[in-house]
Ligand binder design. Structure first.
Ligand code: FAD
Length: 460
């Protein structure tokens, strides 16, 4: 990028907020996704919407690619600047503008870290439910652009269920607002939903209005151990069929159980085929009733052992096992691919079985855990990206995992997004017409193709 342009950008955002040294740029050439790296030409860190607008207007005129970045924790190479250009880092725009306790909404800038928002709203007895595993680092803007989910997704939904309105800067620098604080608002196309989950391909999100909900008064956690995978699968379906929607209903397969036990020594039975971790929350009387019903269902579906948390320490122990799943698997080999192939919840046992067969067929080590209640599995492939022969087998295994999810009526992504990693499967899910419609939207909003080019819908 020529020095004149760099000087213009420095004038807009301030001298220290335009990075160009190789050492600085290195940190922004990759994100949490293994296997993708490219240096940007510069990193620009704006302080407000006006600055974003000015930067975008110039980038659009000069046809410079722009990669919007929050914390860079995404797992789909969404922030890797694959064609160089500008990384637009949003972490300086990190103000919580308003917590409106009458309308139960909060208004915040995109660089706010999700758990920081929760710390503030909890003071008013409220929560902002989307809780990806990265809540203490991921930004609100990144989670909105990625439409992130998390452990509480089954009962509380994912990010798109909480975004009520946005301020965005379009590719050419124009600023627009969508939605607002109205609970009911059906005017026009739902642009808030369109921009939520657009993965930085349609706009830069500069302000977010989110819905808040009352914090649950109490919660009850339990762990059910199964020596037969089908009994675990039947329990998942049966809990929901009994009209209980737990806040959290997680599963770990045998490979994950063994690895977690080896790593964290939390007392997991290493021979079990599956462990379910369940939490119900709400007002005390309802929680007691729902917990009793869940216990009844687990027993009826032949759970081999059930452990109910008696106090906070017990609860922490149960969830420590789940929290250890990813770090334990990641410790096994140098490279970890956490995928999020998702299937209808009734297909969870079929999916786990298929993943185990795929692991054996390609001799790849895969542990599967995830949000069983909503069918959102995390098959986690551990390998060494430097080993070419192994990686060929790993990529073949991934292809087959995603093909299986689609065959079972599932989706490529329950929460991690598409970015570059899963782009090659998109047409399998959406077909040529679906892809054409999405590319038409992309071209209409970003005719020069500068926003995260080549990602999500591919080259346009
Ligand atoms: C260990 C681990 C656990 C995880 N657990 C979960 C989980 O449980 N659930 C889940 O859903 N995800 C999970 N993730 C994925 C990741 O944390 C989420 O996708 C998160 O929302 C990304 O936030 P971020 O601020 O890091 O965004 P980034 O990674 O910086 O960006 C994500 C995408 O959003 C775009 N973007 C960022 N900011 C903006 C903006 N202001 N305007 C427009 N576009 C923007 C980027 O271009 C990119 O495409 C996990 C990741 C890791 C590494």
């Amino acid at each position: 990028m020529n020095n004149n342009l760099i000087a213009v950008f420095k004038k807009i955002v301030g001298e220290t907020y335009v990075l160009t040294s190789k050492e600085d740029l290195l940190s922004y050439g990759y994100d949490a996704t293994p296997g993708f790296f490219h240096l940007p030409a510069t990193v620009i860190i704006p302080e407000n919407t006006g600055q974003v607008s000015q930067v975008m207007a110039i980038a659009n005129k000069e046809k410079i690619p722009v990669y919007v970045r929050g914390a860079g924790t995404n797992l789909s190479a969404g922030t890797v600047p694959t064609q160089g250009g500008i990384v637009l880092l949003m972490t300086r725009m990190n103000r919580i503008i308003e917590v409106d306790t009458e309308n139960l909404v909060a208004v915040a800038e995109p660089g706010v870290v999700v758990s920081d928002l929760n710390k503030i709203v909890e003071q008013s007895g409220l929560i902002y439910p989307p809780d990806p595993g990265t809540v203490t680092t991921a930004t609100l803007g990144g989670t909105v652009a990625e439409n992130s989910g998390g452990l509480r997704g089954l009962k509380y939904g994912v990010t798109k269920h909480y975004v009520m309105g946005l301020e965005v800067v379009l590719a050419d620098g124009r600023i627009m607002n969508t939605g607002g604080k109205n609970v009911k608002d059906v005017a026009g196309y739902d642009l808030t939903k369109l921009f939520t989950g657009a993965e930085g391909t349609l706009c830069v999100i500069t302000k977010i209005i989110v819905k808040l909900v009352p914090a649950p008064e109490t919660r009850k956690s339990m762990m059910a151990i199964f020596n037969n995978l089908d009994n675990a699968g039947n329990s998942i379906a049966s809990i929901i069929a009994n009209k209980i929607i737990p806040a959290t209903l997680e599963i770990m397969d045998n490979a994950t159980i063994r690895t977690v036990e080896d790593y964290a020594h939390v007392g997991l039975p290493v021979n079990a085929e599956a462990v379910l971790l369940i939490e119900v929350d709400g007002i005390p009387a309802v929680v007691e009733k729902e917990a009793a019903k869940v216990l009844e269902v687990l027993k009826a579906n032949k759970a081999d052992e059930i452990r109910v948390a008696k106090d906070t320490a017990d609860r922490d122990k149960i969830w420590a096992a789940r929290r250890a799943a990813l770090p334990a698997l990641a410790k096994l080999r140098p490279t970890t691919f956490v995928e999020d192939a998702t299937v209808p919840r009734s297909k969870v046992p079929d999916m786990i079985r298929a993943i185990n067969e795929i692991a054996a067929k390609y001799k790849v080590r895969i542990g599967t855990f995830g949000h069983a209640g909503d069918g959102n599995m995390h098959p986690t492939l551990v390998c060494d990206i430097r080993d070419k022969e192994e990686m060929e087998r790993v990529y073949k295994a991934m292809d087959e995992i995603f093909a299986t999810a689609i065959k079972l009526g599932g989706t490529l992504s329950g929460e991690h997004g598409i970015g570059l990693g899963k782009l090659r499967y998109m047409e399998d899910q959406f077909g040529p017409v679906g892809m054409e419609v999405m590319r038409t939207i992309k071209k209409a909003l970003d005719p020069n193709g500068i926003l995260n080019p080549g990602k999500l819908v591919g080259e346009c």
